[in-house]
Every structure is written in structure tokens, then in C-alpha cells.
Design a protein around this ligand. Structure first.
Ligand code: NI
Ligand code: MN
Length: 229
């Protein structure tokens, strides 16, 4: 049984399991790095970490077209129900649920979460996914926090997806420290190079990760995948 993670640039991921296709933080139309058009995106579930446009801009379109269910915090799921008539499953920080495809638990993230129309989007979150026996942590947009140690201790991680772009999230130095706290088998950087403001040298960061930690660092090009077997 395999789980395949495909990076669409920024914080946007496709996660394919034998039983479901998940889209995390859908951002295709206005994402200069997106390797495919939003019309080509297929999903059964859409996971949304917080209310900012670069994490949910295409959720309504994909949800309406494909009938994908929204998984997010209570405020964001309610907003999609009210504004767009989409079905969803609300969770909140610390809570998890066993879906037909696997488990999703919400973690803390230090960031904002105002929705595109100015409504409050609850607390921003990260995702802890347990799929086919593999554990994936998507930190989403966040600053560094010491409880990352707790996440890695409680749930030994196969893969961690970490922002390295700086300015809006952790930068390379803090993200390197996050790897030391989380101790994942594999770390993949994200939320960089979308715009000049968050340009980073991911390959240089990968060398630091491999010199200073036990984790393997995989740098993906947009449209490329990492397979967990
Ligand atoms: Ni954000
Ligand atoms: Mn963002």
C-alpha cells in the first residue's frame, strides 16, 4: 500500500492513497508555481489549514465540481457551508477523526486565519495524517514552537512538510530547528519561491538538514511526488 504526496507549489499538496484523493490547501489559479490548472484537479476531500487566500482560493471551485468534502476547523467548515453550500467535516485543535481513508488530527499552528470576506476563520491549524500506517505532519503556515517536540514524540513521523519561506512563516533557520524537534524520517520544504518575498535556496537548506540532523531532506519541484511505501 502506498501513499503518494504531490507538491503543487506553495503549501498545496495532493495526497493519494489506495482509497482517496486528498487536496491540502488548494491554491492553483493564482499560484505562479502551480504545474496544473484547477480544472485538472480531482479530489474526494479538501483539507484547509486556515482562512488565507493562498490556502483555500480554489476550494469552492473544486468542491462544487467534484463534490469533495471540506475538512478543516469548525469556523472554516461552517463558512464553506454558508457561503458555498459545500459539505464538510469540522474538527478542532487536538481533535482527530477516523475517516474512511485514514485519520486526520488538527495540531496547533501560530499564524492568522481571517477568511477572504473578513470573517474570522477560527484558529489556524496543522495536520497530522495517519494513512496506510504512515504518519505525515503538515505544519502549514506557522512559526516555530517547542511543542513540535511533543508532536514528534507522540507520533513518530514518516514525513514532515515544513514552511521555510520566512516573512509569513518560519524561515530556514527556525525550520531547521523544527526538524531537530520533530525528528521526522523525511522532511520536505514548502511555502517558498512562490513570490520573490519568500524566495529561498531549498537545496542549501537541504544540505544543512542532512549535515545537522538525522532526517533525510527531499526537495521537490512543483508537480513532482514523494512516495511512501
Ligand atoms: Ni497564511
Ligand atoms: Mn500562506
Amino acid at each position: 500500500m502506498t501513499v503518494e504526496l504531490t507538491w503543487y507549489g506553495h503549501a498545496c499538496w495532493g495526497v493519494e492513497t489506495p482509497s482517496a484523493r486528498l487536496i491540502i490547501d488548494p491554491f492553483f489559479s493564482d499560484n505562479p508555481k502551480a504545474p496544473i490548472k484547477v480544472d485538472e484537479v480531482q479530489g474526494d476531500y479538501i483539507l484547509i489549514s486556515h482562512g488565507h487566500f493562498d490556502h483555500l482560493a480554489d476550494a469552492a471551485l473544486i468542491g462544487r465540481r467534484s463534490g469533495a468534502k471540506i475538512i478543516s476547523n469548525f469556523e472554516i467548515v461552517s463558512w464553506f457551508q454558508e457561503q458555498h453550500g459545500l459539505e464538510g467535516h469540522p474538527l478542532h485543535v487536538g481533535g482527530g477523526h477516523d475517516f474512511p481513508f485514514g485519520r486526520v488530527q488538527l495540531t496547533i499552528a501560530h499564524h492568522g486565519s481571517t477568511l477572504p470576506d473578513g470573517k474570522p476563520g477560527g484558529n489556524p491549524v496543522g495536520f497530522l495524517l495517519r494513512l496506510e500506517g504512515k504518519v505525515i505532519y503538515d505544519a502549514a503556515d506557522t512559526g516555530l514552537f517547542y511543542d513540535m517536540r511533543l508532536i514528534g514524540e507522540r507520533h513518530p513521523l514518516d514525513v514532515a512538510l515544513l514552511p521555510i519561506g520566512d516573512n509569513f512563516t518560519m524561515g530556514p533557520d527556525d525550520a531547521l530547528y523544527a526538524v531537530k524537534l520533530l525528528e521526522p524520517k523525511v522532511v520536505i520544504p514548502m511555502h517558498y519561491d512562490t513570490w520573490e518575498l519568500i524566495a529561498q535556496d531549498a537545496r542549501a537548506w537541504a544540505r544543512r538538514v542532512e549535515e545537522e540532523t538525522q532526517s533525510q531532506c527531499v526537495v521537490l519541484e512543483p508537480g513532482h511526488s514523494h512516495r511512501l511505501t
